[in-house]
Design a binder for this molecule. Structure first.
Ligand code: GSH
Length: 125
């Protein structure tokens, strides 16, 4: 027994827009020091190692992923933010940078991604 408190572990992929959402929330809320983050660059050995850790605990590995409590693994960025927001006693909607990112650049990139998918589908039909 070490007596050390469990810190949630966050698995983040570099340049992933969903991971950036969680990163911004943690930084702006001041909660970043309460978690342990494991970042990786796609295509590296580190990614393989992280996927091997997560695989047994998740139906489908995606990023961000987190072990929020011992043995409790989740993947949805909104669920991860909601968990940390509750812990931090912060409402994400009241965080200016977070809200600007989610409603601005993030929403726009999702819209463009969907449009691109639809155009590709139509072009190949
Ligand atoms: N709805 C998910 C979407 C996450 C997602 O699609 N993440 C991408 C990375 S940007 C991913 O994990 N792709 C599959 C993979 O890398 O194996 C969320 O909000 O967390």
């Amino acid at each position: 027994m070490t007596g050390e408190r469990f810190k949630p572990v966050l698995y983040l992929k570099e340049n992933c827009p969903f991971c950036l959402k969680v990163r911004i929330f943690l930084m702006e809320s001041g909660f970043a020091s309460e978690i342990e983050s494991r970042d990786f660059v796609p295509g590296t050995k580190q990614e393989e190692e992280i996927r091997a850790v997560l695989q047994p605990h998740l139906e489908k590995v995606s990023f961000p992923s987190a072990e929020l409590e011992p043995g409790r693994y989740v993947t949805e960025s909104d669920d991860i933010v909601a968990f940390f927001a509750a812990k931090a006693g912060r409402d994400p909607k009241e965080l200016t940078v977070y809200r600007n990112y989610v409603d601005g650049v993030f929403a726009m990139s999702m819209k463009l991604w969907k449009e691109n998918m639809e155009l590709k589908k139509a072009a190949s039909a």
